[in-house]
Design a protein around this ligand. Structure first.
Ligand SMILES: Nc1ncnc2c1ncn2[C@@H]1O[C@H](COP(=O)(O)OP(=O)(O)OP(=O)(O)O)[C@@H](O)[C@H]1O
Ligand SMILES: [Mg+2]
Length: 411
């Protein structure tokens, strides 16, 4: 083989991950430690479908990474196994983060049910009601129980998705022999209160909570993954407890724990190391945080970006403890320079608070004697992230001439 520029990396790269798939987000593990209670509860309700009866509707709540999607995938697989011969029920999964309009939800559900090509629902061109009645008519030619899982269902609400909820929840009134049950999954405990009352009362049913995982629970989850993904002795036990500690702090999110493990193993492989250590996890943490924050910055709405740019500009000019007024002066000069109508100072204050909740800046209220209480703003993100933002955002090139204000003296 001829020499190439890649040699230095491919030769150095040791493969220490036995099965990479196990660490991917799409992997459905065979066992889900610490979700036995939730699985049993859902199975007890859904089992009615195996007798041809209609299970109650279910709402599932839990923060991100608490295993909601994984558990429902697992239930779907188990249901298929239990129903292999009788075929009394069908499990239908819709991810509303992707399928996010009322029409596309019905389109997606319909085409998972309808098998004949000639009767399939077209991608566009029909009204919502026409699709709904087509599904009703089709279901009336069958005698089955349909379990419809709407994952990330809160995504539908601001797109008039109440409609879908209402229609799906009342669909049984139009059905003769088939039955439909709904399982909604949401991050937002308040979801039912956001629904229109008529949809809420139709939904009814039971709520099941997925609590955040504790550090010890995350350790058990990781230990299972490690067994499948790596040979013995490649991963130090301290790695498992370190990843779990970080993820436990991050709202008990199992996805964070698994991502850290995967990234740490990638870094070890790239370095040519033969085992994964705590130091690799530290680098993984930094690299994941970098990606997360720079992604968050890239997707900020435009005024929020200008506010952040103003804070950076002031910071570069040596103003460290800046007030909202200091930020506002720079913000209005930038808006004037680039031809954007500025928002009010009060609104800019709100945007600064939002940047604070994302962890991009800190805005802490301080007391300054006679000057009273005021907010002091500072940048919290890493220099490398600021530099990347400066290099990729075109506004920076347009505002060289903008002079930061003389700093307000607080005392
Ligand atoms: N009890 C568990 N055992 C093993 N793996 C788990 C467990 N819980 C979650 N995971 C894994 O953690 C990751 C995140 O889980 P999942 O996608 O189910 O979270 P979620 O609650 O649906 O989060 P989101 O609200 O962000 O969609 C997945 O890779 C999943 O396989
Ligand atoms: Mg999910």
């Amino acid at each position: 083989m001829a020499n190439s520029i890649f040699d230095q990396y491919t030769k150095k790269r040791l493969v220490i991950t036995k099965n990479k798939k196990v660490l991917q987000t799409t992997y459905v593990p065979n066992a889900l430690p610490h979700r036995v209670e939730q699985i049993d509860h859902i199975a007890a309700i859904a089992s009615a479908a195996l007798n041809g009866d209609q299970p109650s509707n279910i709402m599932i709540y839990g923060k991100t990474g608490t295993g909601k999607t994984a558990v429902l995938n697992y239930i779907g697989n188990e249901l298929k196994k239990a129903d292999e011969y009788e075929e009394r029920c069908k499990y239908i999964y819709v991810n509303c983060e992707v399928v996010d309009t009322p029409y596309s939800v019905l389109y997606n559900i319909g085409n998972q049910i309808i098998v004949e090509d000639s009767r399939r629902i077209p991608f566009t061109g029909w009204s919502f009601e026409k699709v709904y009645y087509e599904i009703v008519n089709y279901l009336n030619t069958m005698n089955k129980v349909f379990l419809v899982v709407l994952d990330e269902v809160d995504r539908l609400i601001d797109k008039k998705g109440d409609n879908v909820f209402y229609f799906l929840a009342k669909i049984n009134e139009n059905l003769k022999s088939s039955k439909v049950s709904l399982i909604g999954i949401s991050n937002n405990m308040n979801f039912m209160n956001v629904l229109e009352p008529k949809a809420r009362s139709r939904m009814g049913g039971e709520s099941i909570i997925f609590p955040p995982y504790t550090k010890e629970e995350l350790e058990d989850i990781l230990r299972e993954r490690v067994k499948e993904a790596f040979d013995n002795d490649v991963i130090d036990d301290s790695v498992i407890s370190y990843c779990s500690a970080i993820a436990a702090k991050s709202d008990g999110d199992a996805r964070v724990a698994i991502d850290l493990l995967k990234t740490a193993a990638d870094i070890a492989e790239r370095n040519g190391d033969s085992i994964v250590t705590e130091a690799h996890v530290k680098s993984a943490k930094n690299s994941l945080e970098f990606n997360l924050i720079s992604e968050a910055i890239k997707t900020l709405p435009s005024h929020e970006k200008i506010v952040l740019i103003s804070i950076i500009k002031n910071h570069d000019a040596g103003i460290n403890n800046m007030t909202t007024g200091d930020v506002y002066k720079t913000y209005t000069s930038i808006c004037n320079t680039i031809g954007v109508t500025p928002l009010t100072q009060r609104r800019v204050g709100d945007l600064i608070n939002e940047l604070d909740t994302y962890g991009i800046v800190t805005a802490s209220v301080c007391s300054f004697g006679r000057a009273g209480r005021t907010k002091v703003i500072d940048l919290t993100i890493d220099k490398s992230i600021i530099n990347e933002f400066k290099n990729t955002n075109s506004i920076f090139k347009m505002i060289d001439a903008v002079k930061p204000p003389k700093q307000t003296h607080l005392i």
